[in-house]
Design a binder for this molecule. Structure first.
Ligand code: HEM
Length: 257
């Protein structure tokens, strides 16, 4: 999740000389990637059916397809979103939960967008796929605290070997067991102290969410169905319809009239 204006593709807009866009926020840069994939999809669609399919819909379809290719998770999402014309860097941090949040803070943050505690835990399962920069969990590897007590010691040693000696900011897999598979392995990792971010491991260590972690770890099919439903719901947050917004011609810039 990386937009703040709702699902209006504001996160795809490039900065202009007068405005720094959401992409520039430390919450999104350097972590967000793949903009060129969306550009290509948009260019192909525009060439056959101009000014009809919004960038917001393309993003939603792309995440639906990613869930299918990475996890065999199949679901239909409604279309009809329109694109926003506003994207402001400074508004990102107050809308996106940081990796340092605990379960209560995550619950409140998702609730502000109309998502339940269950849905928050279900959607966090997306961290069974993809990577994180070391800087996003450096707090947990802090040298003054030889080992985060909530982290499995072997996992801690592995992460230190990957992150601490490197001069730059390398990435590691969010899920060490099945990194390229969108599945419920994430919850099993949490139960073994192998959650990568503070915001991951807190779901196991907090009494508020530990039971939900256990259910998701045990019931892969239920998690898959709940994940699909929660993705559809998340894709309908604060959407623009009717004559609000526009159908952008290029996803990186607002239309000129
Ligand atoms: C619960 C609150 C969440 C927090 C605090 C959070 C935070 C993060 C952070 C810090 C990263 C690593 C960024 C980097 O260092 O490169 C990340 C990666 C990722 N997140 Fe989340 N996230 C949350 C929820 C979600 C949700 C709801 C989804 C989707 C349903 C999601 C999908 C992903 C994916 C797929 C990646 C890997 C991206 C890649 O491989 O480039 N996250 N998240």
């Amino acid at each position: 999740m990386s937009r703040h204006e709702g699902c209006d593709a504001s996160v795809l807009l490039d900065s202009t000389p007068d405005n720094r866009s959401e992409k520039e926020s430390p919450a999104n840069n350097p972590s967000l990637r793949g903009f060129e994939v969306i550009d290509e999809a948009k260019a192909r669609i525009e060439s056959v059916c101009p000014s009809t399919v919004s960038c917001a819909d393309i993003l939603t379809f792309a995440s639906r397809d990613a869930a299918y290719f990475a996890g065999g998770i199949k679901y239909a999402v409604p279309a009809g979103r329109r694109d926003g014309r506003v994207s402001i860097e400074s508004e990102v941090l107050s809308n996106l939960p940081p990796f340092s949040f605990n379960a209560v803070q995550l619950k409140d943050s998702f609730a502000r967008k109309g998502l339940t505690l269950d849905e928050m835990v279900t959607l966090s399962g997306a961290h069974s796929f993809g990577v994180s920069h070391c800087s996003s969990f450096a707090d947990r590897l802090n040298a003054t605290c030889p080992q985060d007590p909530k982290m499995d010691w072997k996992f801690d040693a592995f992460l230190k070997s990957k992150c601490l000696s490197a001069g730059s900011d390398p990435t590691v897999n969010l899920d060490v067991v099945t990194p390229n598979r969108l599945d419920n392995q994430y919850y099993k990792n949490l139960q073994k102290g192998r959650g990568l971010l503070t915001s991951d491991q807190t779901l196991q260590t907090s009494a508020l969410t530990a039971r939900l972690v256990a259910v998701n770890a045990k019931r892969p099919r239920a998690w898959t169905a709940n994940f699909a439903a929660a993705m559809v719901k998340m894709g309908s947050i604060e959407v623009l319809t009717g004559d609000r917004g526009e159908i952008r011609r290029t996803c990186r810039v607002v239309n000129k009239y």
